[in-house]
Structure formats: structure tokens, C-alpha cells
Design a binder for this molecule. Structure first.
Ligand SMILES: Cc1cc2nc3c(=O)[nH]c(=O)nc-3n(C[C@H](O)[C@H](O)[C@H](O)COP(=O)(O)O)c2cc1C
Length: 321
């Protein structure tokens, strides 16, 4: 699969996830086999204000390439300008525009999936981004429509292809659905049959079996993985390495990934953020084995990085001795 002139070996993509897909997590997923990783959605308004917090979401290292930076906003010219600032400052491989976020705080201003209610704003926004950043592929991630009776992804995608969008990720739920019900893979299949640019299918892919099913059912070019990667970056190994069997994974692998993730967080995040993210990710890692909840509680009680170091040493000692 190609996005512009970027070739993806397996077409397996880490989904943008706010509060999750920061540098350390993206890097781990990349090392496990993800072909492309995406930043979380970054506010165009924050970018043009040169907000440090927003720029911190975008910073990446060479090892993460190819990487996509996802942006969202309500005003086409601001979104376009923000894309140019990102390109000039960071030189990512792809810029992705978010037309999928269903959160009211975002949509009530006209950003995220609100564009599905107004395809002419979507059109202006995409034109503005493509004009401002002709150097790299621009992609789009969207939901299927605002509500069940207003499914617009095919109409939108035909327009997007004509404008020069290089790939479309479809999460086939409506805005009104948020995360309820199932992702309707039939919509991915319909989309794939209507456009020529690559279609990345997304939604409810939790393991290799789902991956095989969505590929077969929809004929999509790539598959994007979101929630199944939380506490489980190995999912990318499971999907890309035929010799890897997730059942062979043991507690040592979990201890090791906790340590590795913590080291990356310490390296790239300030202390308070490192502590909070360590607790968040460890709560996902430390599940499904004897004493998991004891260890989880211990990390959740940590008040400092030093407390985490002590608890981590204790966990290593208890499993390695
Ligand atoms: C915690 C969380 C944060 C998310 N943040 C974003 C985001 O910033 N941009 C985006 O396009 N989608 C976001 N999503 C949606 C995912 O990218 C993905 O479309 C959705 O989770 C469905 O895929 P899945 O079933 O593989 O999780 C988020 C999802 C979750 C669970």
C-alpha cells in the first residue's frame, strides 16, 4: 500500500488517540511493527498561537517515521495555516485532517466530525491544507456520517479524492453513535469500491482474527488499530509477524515493557506528566495475571518518579528472582 510515495509494507497503522499516542507510546508501537504512527489530534488554533503544549504533542524522533500529524479545527484558513506551520517546523511525512471527533466540545465549534454536516466547509478546509502544504501527502480520517440517516462518507470521499487527498481512514460509526454499537464494516467495503485512493479500515479490530476478517470483508488497503493497542503494543507484532504467538507472551514481557515505557516517559516528558502517564499505561499493562491488581495499586499510589522506580525494582525482583 502506498500513501503518496510512502510505501507501507503491511498497511498497519496506529490510530491517533488523544492522551495516548505520544512519543513514547508511538515509538513502542513502531518497534512492534506499526507501519505508520499518528500523533493525537492537535488543535489548529493552538498551533497558530504557537502553544508549547500543542507543539509538545507533535514532537517526534526520526525512528518514528513515517509519522502523520493529525490536526483539527473549524476555520479552513486557520487549519491550512496550521498545516504549513507544522510542515515548516517538524517536517512530518503526512498531515491528516480529523473529520471524525464526535466530542461536543469540538463539534459545537464546527470542528472534527461537524464537517460531515457541511461538506462545503470540509472542501474548503482540505483545499486550504493542500494548497499550504503541497510537499507531503494529506490524508483524512472520518466517521461515516453525523447520524444513521445522514451517511455521507462516500459523497465526501469522492470529493476528497478529486481534491488530492492521498488516503482515507474510515471509522464507520456515526457521530451520534460515539463508541456505541459496532463499527459497520459494510461501509468500509462500500467506500473501497467507490474510490481509487487507499482506504484504511478502522473500528473494533482487536486481534489477528479480526484483522483477517476486516481485510477479507472490506478489501481495505490498510487497517488502523486504536483501543486494542492500549496496554498491548504487541498487537502490531501479532499482526505483522507470522512467527509471533501472543499466547507465548508472559509476565516477564509485561515487566519489561513497563520498564521500557517508563524509561521513555522519563526521557521525553517532564516529571509530573511522566508520573501521570506511567500510571495510565501501567493500569493497562498490569492486567490478567496473578497479583496484577496489587501491582496496579502500588503504582497508582506512587507520588513521585522515585516511588515508581522503587515499585518497578520490586516488581522486577519478584519475577526475575
Ligand atoms: C482514548 C481515545 C482517544 C482518541 N483520540 C482520537 C484522536 O485524537 N483523533 C482521532 O482521529 N481519533 C481518535 N480516537 C478514535 C480512534 O482513532 C479510533 O478511530 C477509534 O478508537 C476506533 O478504532 P478502534 O476500535 O481500533 O479503537 C480516539 C479513541 C480513543 C479510545
Amino acid at each position: 500500500m502506498n500513501i503518496g510515495d510512502i510505501t507501507l509494507k503491511n498497511g498497519i497503522v496506529l490510530a491517533p488517540m488523544a492522551g495516548v499516542t505520544d512519543l513514547p507510546f508511538r515509538l513502542l508501537c513502531k518497534q512492534m511493527g506499526a507501519d505508520i504512527v499518528y500523533t493525537e489530534f492537535c488543535s489548529s488554533n493552538g498551533i497558530i498561537r504557537e502553544s508549547k503544549k500543542t507543539f509538545d504533542l507533535i514532537k517526534f524522533i526520526e525512528e518514528e517515521r513515517p509519522i502523520g500529524v493529525q490536526i483539527f479545527g473549524e476555520e479552513p484558513h486557520v487549519v491550512g495555516e496550521s498545516a504549513k506551520i507544522i510542515y515548516d517546523r517538524f517536517k512530518p511525512d503526512i498531515i491528516d485532517i480529523n473529520f471524525g471527533c464526535p466530542v461536543p466540545k469540538v463539534t459545537k465549534k464546527g470542528a472534527g466530525s461537524a464537517a460531515l454536516k457541511n461538506l462545503s466547509v470540509m472542501e474548503e478546509m482540505v483545499k486550504s491544507v493542500i494548497q499550504n502544504v503541497p510537499e507531503i501527502p494529506i490524508t483524512v480520517k472520518m466517521r461515516s456520517g453525523w447520524s444513521k440517516d445522514k451517511i455521507v462518507h462516500i459523497e465526501a470521499a469522492i470529493m476528497l479524492e478529486e481534491l488530492g487527498i492521498k488516503a482515507i481512514t474510515l471509522h464507520p460509526r456515526t457521530t451520534c453513535q460515539r463508541f456505541t454499537g459496532n463499527a459497520d464494516w459494510d461501509e468500509i467495503k462500500r467506500l473501497k469500491s467507490k474510490i481509487n485512493i487507499p482506504v484504511i479500515g478502522n473500528g473494533d479490530v482487536s486481534n489477528k482474527n479480526d484483522y483477517m476478517k476486516i481485510k477479507k470483508h472490506t478489501n481495505c488497503d490498510g487497517v488502523m488499530i486504536g483501543r486494542a493497542s492500549l496496554g498491548n503494543p504487541w498487537i502490531f507484532k501479532e499482526l505483522t509477524d507470522d512467527n509471533y504467538n501472543s499466547l507465548d507472551r508472559n509476565i516477564m514481557d509485561i515487566v519489561d515493557i513497563c520498564e521500557k515505557h517508563f524509561i521513555l516517559l522519563k526521557k521525553y516528558k517532564e516529571e509530573r506528566v511522566c508520573l501521570n502517564l506511567t500510571k495510565k499505561h501501567f493500569s493497562w499493562y498490569l492486567k490478567g495475571f496473578n497479583n496484577a491488581s496489587e501491582w496496579r495499586k502500588k503504582f497508582l499510589k506512587s507520588k513521585s518518579i522515585d516511588d515508581v522506580v522503587i515499585a518497578l525494582d520490586e516488581m522486577k525482583d519478584s519475577y526475575y528472582s
